[in-house]
Design a protein around this ligand. Structure first.
Ligand code: IPM
Ligand code: MG
Length: 363
């Protein structure tokens, strides 16, 4: 199959981790006879430096015309002093909005091989952790009205508005219920309905939707309680659906219980089927160019691309199994390294995973 991928390497460790995903995709293409065509475009700080804008129109056009977008990470200190509306992160938010990527899927899986890297006590995670955060990605406070104004006696004030429509809640709810139906049939909707009007609407719409999914057990949890429960008893969760901001926070928390932020992939999907795939972590400017970053979240994101956008489930399995094999053989990037394991760099991790893809496919 021919497949067009817009590639945004981005800033910081972005280029080095994306290069590893491309290596692995190259191996997949070779083994399974697919031809992946890449078009590299700029976004974030790299685009600000090159053309003065975080999200150039050309980038957006190429992304819109592609089957999928593979992205590393954007942002860094260098651009931290720019005004809010010009920061590299606006490229990410702009891509999400313009491509209509309202559903963000962030699976947090504790690989058996990495049980030792989980900071929780072993009895809390025995049997493994396998949960998915379904985060609403184009609404809520990250996209609401915002501004700055002068108060009479308390100086300057700033505000950001959280607003959700029934339609926005329903469409992310459908994604989450469908996913729960395919998994353990348990769905937790997370809100702050004891305080926020927008959360009360969220809860009402989720409850109404549950009527269409009699086979899925829906429960509601406040976000503060969820943050606590994720540490206390993470195994109670399967699919979690929540708003943009709560999902941002809870997915970082969920990633850590899987051993490292460097293991959490993500897929952002639109109704049209187009998807953007990126690790859930950021650009880690401190680690830039040191060959120490863990590329696995990005490689796993490429696997999600194969599965969700390209419909290539076997190929996605091959990539995931290759990562498991590399971990089982004791190879660890520095974020996961413990005594007795073999420390590897970013590039070597990519080489090893690509080699395993070729090997699994032959056996
Ligand atoms: C994420 C990131 C982004 C977000 C930032 C960089 C804008 O934290 O994808 O989780 O908040 O969505
Ligand atoms: Mg985040």
């Amino acid at each position: 199959m021919n497949y067009n991928i817009a590639v945004i390497k981005g800033d910081g460790i972005g280029p080095e981790i994306v290069d590893q995903a491309l290596k692995v995709l190259g191996a997949v293409g070779g083994v399974y006879g697919h031809s992946f065509k890449y078009e590299e475009v700029l976004a974030g700080g790299a685009a600000i430096d090159a053309v003065g804008k975080a999200l150039p129109a050309h980038t957006l056009d190429v992304c819109k015309a592609s089957d999928a977008v593979l992205l590393g990470a954007v942002g860094g200190w260098k651009w931290d002093d720019l005004p809010g509306g010009e920061r590299p992160e606006t490229a990410l938010l702009g891509l999400r909005r313009e491509l209509g990527l309202f559903a963000n899927i962030r699976p947090a899986m504790l690989f058996e091989e990495l049980a030792g890297a989980c900071p929780l006590r072993p009895e809390l995670t025995a049997g493994g952790i396998d949960l998915v955060v379904v985060r609403e990605l184009t609404g809520g406070i990250y996209f609401g009205e915002r501004g700055v104004k002068q108060t009479e006696d308390m100086g300057e004030a700033a505000y950001d508005m959280e607003m959700y429509s029934e339609g926005e809640v329903r469409r992310i709810g459908v994604v989450a219920f469908d996913m729960a139906r395919k998994r353990s049939k348990r769905l937790t909707s997370v809100d702050k309905a004891n305080v926020l009007e927008s959360s009360r609407l969220w809860r009402r719409v989720m409850t109404e939707l549950a009527g269409d999914y009699p086979d899925v057990e829906l429960s509601h949890l406040y976000v503060d309680n969820t943050a606590m429960q994720l540490i206390k008893n993470p195994r109670q969760f399967d699919v979690i659906v929540t708003s943009n901001m709560f999902g941002d926070i809870l997915s970082d928390e969920a990633s850590m219980i899987t051993g490292s932020l460097g293991m959490l992939p993500s897929a952002s999907l639109a109704a049209s089927g187009v998807g953007m795939y990126e690790p859930s972590h950021g650009s880690a400017p401190k680690m830039t160019g040191l060959d120490t970053a863990n590329p696995m979240a990005t490689v796993l994101s490429a696997a999600m691309m194969l599965r969700y956008s390209a419909g290539l489930a076997d190929e996605a399995d091959a990539v995931e199994n290759a990562i498991k094999a590399v971990l089982a053989e004791g190879y660890r990037t520095p974020d996961l390294f413990t005594e007795g394991k073999t420390k590897i760099g970013t590039s070597e991790a990519g080489d090893l995973i690509a080699a395993r893809v070729k090997k699994t496919a032959r056996t």
